[in-house]
Design a protein around this ligand. Structure first.
Ligand code: NAD
Ligand code: UDP
Length: 315
């Protein structure tokens, strides 16, 4: 049995990770400040003998004896990470320093949830890990993109200078149950709008692309990365390489929810990447043939059912 710390464990991805690692027989400590996460996401785990919940901000040092750390704490939706940009960059940078310091002291293995946003608005398509990216350092998205880039640097430097065992994953757009209905990201927005019969808010003309991964595929890839061979640090892309335009996504959501919602166009936010699609050859090679298994339609059906139940319970 391993003792595992998950920062941001009450968030969308973190809550799935807590559940899966508990199921595998580990002791899990979930740390969160509840900025975007919720106790609701993990309340079904509260009675579990090997589950512990800690309210703590990752920008402050934290002392605990653990074998592994999954550093997931950071708001991920543009609406939330732009709400308090200074706090966002502190969460990425000071959070990384605090968790790496902890990993160094207790000799824990530590995994960083990095992001496809390190590629910015990519001039290379699709994106391999060797691409250095095209990021605006002073734009609205910079607090997130540059914070995550600096965190990657810190992880590498702690590895090279202090021999900390690190793993870096670059997560591409992920969706699924436990997303906050007010999260602001495109999949949850479109589904909630379609279920409520409200207008679907299309930013720009909807020709921009993203590659959407269902959360179970991400969790599988993340755990395989933590357990990958010694010395393999990444960064490694974890995403679904099937690319869709936002217009295709909206049509799919309308079809699957049988909704009467209309699509309305709104201005494209500043620095919104035009395209995004991962190259996943490295993940396949290093993570025992890992690849996404859940197609968009199948994942959307599960996610729609989650939001449908949530909205009915709120009525
Ligand atoms: P989320 O917003 O649902 O979860 C983030 C969690 O971190 C929340 O529970 C939040 O309360 C917590 N948190 C935020 N700031 C904190 C702080 N200072 N101290 C302690 N806890 C804090 O987002 P998510 O989609 O679950 O993302 C999880 C991680 O994966 C993030 O690091 C994100 O950058 C990364 N990621 C996610 C995606 C995606 O598509 N979901 C894509 C790329 C990267
Ligand atoms: N988007 C949209 N309507 C929304 C929310 C987002 O058209 O209500 C667009 C957004 O402009 C972007 C894409 O959907 O082009 C994905 O946005 P999201 O915030 O989910 O993720 P990110 O831009 O960080 O990849």
């Amino acid at each position: 049995m391993k003792r595992i710390l998950i920062t941001g464990g009450a968030g969308f991805v973190g809550s799935h990770l807590c559940e899966r690692l508990l199921k595998e027989g580990n002791e899990v400590i979930c740390m969160d400040n509840y900025f975007t996460g919720s106790k609701k996401n993990i309340e079904h785990l509260m009675d579990h003998h090997y589950f512990e919940l800690v309210r703590h901000d990752v920008t402050q040092p934290y002392m605990i004896e653990v074998d592994e750390i999954y550093n997931m704490a950071c708001p991920a939706s543009p609406v939330h990470y732009q709400y308090n940009p200074i706090k966002t960059i502190k969460t990425s940078v000071m959070g990384a320093i605090n968790m790496l310091g902890l990993a160094k002291r207790v000799k824990a293995k530590i995994l960083q949830a990095s992001t496809s946003e390190v590629y910015g608005d990519p001039a290379v398509h699709p994106q391999p890990e060797s691409y250095w990216g095209n990021v605006n350092p002073i734009g609205l998205r910079s607090c997130y993109d540059e914070g995550k880039r600096c965190a990657e640097t810190l992880f590498m430097d702690y590895h090279l200078q202090n021999e900390v065992a690190i793993k870096i994953i670059r997560i591409f757009n992920t969706y699924g149950p436990n997303m906050n209905p007010n999260d602001g990201r495109v999949v949850s927005n479109f589904i909630v709008q379609a279920l409520k019969g409200e207008d679907i808010t299309m930013f720009g003309d909807g020709s921009q692309t993203r590659s959407f991964q269902y959360v179970d595929d991400l969790v599988e890839g993340t755990i395989r990365m933590m357990n990958s061979r010694d010395g393999f640090t990444g960064p490694v892309n974890i995403g679904n390489p099937v690319e869709f335009t936002m217009m295709e996504l909206a049509s799919k959501v309308i079809e699957l929810t049988n909704s009467s919602s209309k699509i309305i166009n709104m201005p494209l936010p500043q620095d919104d990447p035009l395209q995004r699609k991962p190259v996943i050859d490295l993940a396949k090679k290093e993570l025992s043939g890992w690849e996404p298994k859940i197609h968009l339609e199948e994942g959307l059906i599960k996610t729609i059912s989650y939001f449908d139940n949530l909205l009915k319970a709120e009525q």
